[in-house]
Each structure stands twice: as C-alpha cells, then as structure tokens.
Design a protein around this ligand. Structure first.
Ligand SMILES: [Zn+2]
Ligand SMILES: [Zn+2]
Ligand SMILES: [Zn+2]
Length: 371
C-alpha cells in the first residue's frame, strides 16, 4: 500500500514538473490557476463538499478559502468565467436558494401573518360537515371526546364519509387575525434580512472537470483576458470563440463544411521562466504573424497563454492544415534566428467541421491529442 502512495506522489510530482510559473497581479487569475493546477496534478474533479460552516453549505477545496464568506458571489462568477472559456466542464450537484443580499443559505423559512408580519401563529383544521354544509374551525366542533356540529347538533362519525378537513386555518397570536394563506418568508441568520420567497436567488452547485483547454491552461497559464478584456487586434476572446464554434457546428449541419485548427506552442518550464516577460512579447509577435498569414474571414483566438485556435468558415481542412503548418515553419525560423538554440515544440491539429462532432469533441481533437 505504501508503494501505491509513493507512486501516486511520484505521479503528482511528474505533473508538477510540467507547470510553468504564472505571474499575475489579478487575484482571479491566481485563484483560477491554483484550482486548475490542483485538478491537473491530482487528476481529479473539483467537487464541492457539504460543510455547515460555509455560508452556502458547500465548500470548494482550494478555492473557497480565497473568498470572504460574505461575498461568495465572486466565487461563482469565477466558475462561470472558467466554464464559458471552456476551461471547466460542469456537472450538476445541487440547487441552493440563497439570501438576496449576502448569498447565505443559512435561512429560516417561516409562515407569517399577512396583517402584522408576526410568525407567532397557531394552526387549526377546518371542518366541513357534509350533511348541513357548515364549515368552521375544529374547536367549534369539540364536545368532550366527540365532534359535534355546532349548527345541526349531529355527531360527526367518519372522516371522508360525513365530514372532511379541507384545509388549515391560521390564527395570529399577536393580532388575532384569522386567515388561510400565510405569507412565507426566509429570514437570513447572517445578515438578518427578511427575504420574500420570490427574492431568493437560485444558485446551482456544480462539480467541475478540466477540459482539454483547461489542462493545457493549467500547465501554461490563462490568457490575460480572464480578468480584464485585454484584446489583441484581430483576435477574439476565448469566450467569443466558443460561441462562434458552436454556431459554426450548427451551421455546417445544413450547409457547407468548415475547418478548425490549433497551433500550440510549448516551451519547457525552465525556458519559459528564463524568458521572463520576453515570453509575452514573443507571443504577441507570433500573434501578429498569425494574423498577417491568415485570411480576413478566418476567426482567430489566443485561448490561453500558448494556444491559438482557428476557424476557417466554408473552407476544407487541407487548406487550413497547410496554412497553419506554414505558419509553424515560419515561426520556428523566426524564433531560431532571434533566440538561437531555443527548445520549442509546436503542434498543429486540424479538424473538419461538418456538424457530426459536438463542440467538446472538436476541442478535444484540436488540443487534447497534442500530448
Ligand atoms: Zn398578526
Ligand atoms: Zn352540521
Ligand atoms: Zn443574508
């Protein structure tokens, strides 16, 4: 068993060696990178754990500790961004109803009086006597151990046969109001707000796994636009790219096929560290080169710090494959002349978009098979 543990640790170490150091002033990027690296090195999903000490009742390993319990909204926004960018794929776990002002799920649901809002209510059955059609509260019928109708004086015998209890009535002990429909509210133990039921916020809880883009990004770092929309002219963000890709897959089902491709640039973690800020400069130069080498109709995105994705609408795969390989050759030449002896690995993948493959499979073919 010890051997199993050691081999597991070795496996984690091996994966840790593939990580490039990510330096960012954005807390979102740092937290997201940490979570993705946890998932990547442990080869595990990010799964929420039930925890009564958390304001939402769930704790996300690695991530939750970075967020103030009273501001968990930001954490959910991070999950949303990571899912939109296709770093994460989500699976439903639970659905919460949380306080509209502080996102806590530590709530007391209670019935209150529609007149004075007190929760000090007592309930009683309403009785309907079929024979004489009288309807009244149960205490009017009580006569010793029996139920006797106050209107016709007959004894009630079998529920469902000569009488029934159609509903409850509420008595407010504070203002003596009698009513049938109480007002439901949810009191928040954290911020003390009385929430109306309609105002509670629905929050779905998911567990997450890394997609192929997520695995690549875990190792090489997210693009800068995760937190701020830093855009490179001619390039669209990862989120927009994924929307385009979905649209293109749908369109290709009934119309001409298209092609998608990837160009993934991999340096060893050490080389990348030695380059420091020159790395970003190099990527921008390559981006510029990519833009000039492609057609204006091609859709381009730099989805993380080292992966270019392409969609060529209504083009066959061979053209795109030839084009990206040509770019690869030129980029290698360019780098070798300015950084002699650089150890760089560039992989190119292309795939036909004809509507037969769903988006996940297209992305897996473009990025997942590179390693
Ligand atoms: Zn009342
Ligand atoms: Zn009666
Ligand atoms: Zn609250």
């Amino acid at each position: 068993q010890i051997e199993a543990i050691i081999s597991r640790i070795d496996r984690i170490r091996l994966r840790q060696d593939q990580l490039v150091s990510v330096d960012s002033s954005s807390p979102d990027i740092r937290i997201l990178t940490k979570a993705m690296r946890f998932m990547f090195t442990r080869e595990t999903r990010l799964t929420p754990v039930v925890d009564h000490k958390s304001h939402i009742g769930y704790n996300f390993p690695v991530i939750s500790d970075h967020y103030d319990q009273t501001n968990l909204k930001e954490m959910f926004q991070l999950f949303e961004t990571a899912t939109e960018k296709e770093y994460f794929r989500s699976r439903f776990v639970d659905k919460l109803h949380v306080c509209s002002s502080c996102y806590s799920s530590f709530l007391n649901f209670r019935e209150t009086c529609p007149k004075c809002e007190s929760a000090d209510l007592v309930t009683e059955n309403l009785i309907h006597h079929f024979v004489c059609a009288y309807v009244g509260p149960e205490h009017d019928f009580l006569s010793g151990d029996y139920l006797v109708c106050p209107k016709c004086n007959r004894m009630l015998r079998h529920i469902g046969v000569d009488y029934d209890k159609p509903s409850l009535i509420y008595n407010c002990k504070n203002c003596s109001h009698v009513f049938q429909e109480p007002v439901m509210e949810a009191f928040c133990f954290v911020c003390k707000k009385n929430n109306s039921i309609d105002s509670l916020i629905d929050v779905p809880i998911y567990s997450y796994e890394l997609t192929p883009i997520g695995e690549e990004t875990a190792q090489n770092g997210p693009s800068r636009d995760v937190a701020e929309d830093v855009s490179i002219p001619g390039f669209i963000t990862a989120t927009t790219f994924n929307i385009f890709l979905k649209y293109e897959i749908e369109r290709a089902k009934t119309s001409k096929e298209s092609a998608a491709g990837s160009l993934v640039i991999r340096l060893s973690p050490r080389t990348r560290e030695n380059m420091g800020s020159n790395y970003n400069r190099m990527m921008l130069e390559i981006a510029d080169f990519v833009k000039n080498a492609t057609l204006s109709t091609d859709i381009l995105s730099l989805v993380n710090s080292n992966t270019f994705l392409f969609i060529s609408p209504e083009t066959n795969r061979e053209r795109l494959d030839g084009l990206i390989n040509q770019i690869k050759g030129s980029v290698i030449k360019l780098l070798e002349s300015s950084l002699p002896g650089i150890d760089i690995e560039i992989s190119v993948q292309t795939v036909t978009i004809d509507g037969s493959l769903p988006q996940n499979d297209v992305l897996t073919q473009l990025i997942g098979s590179g390693r």
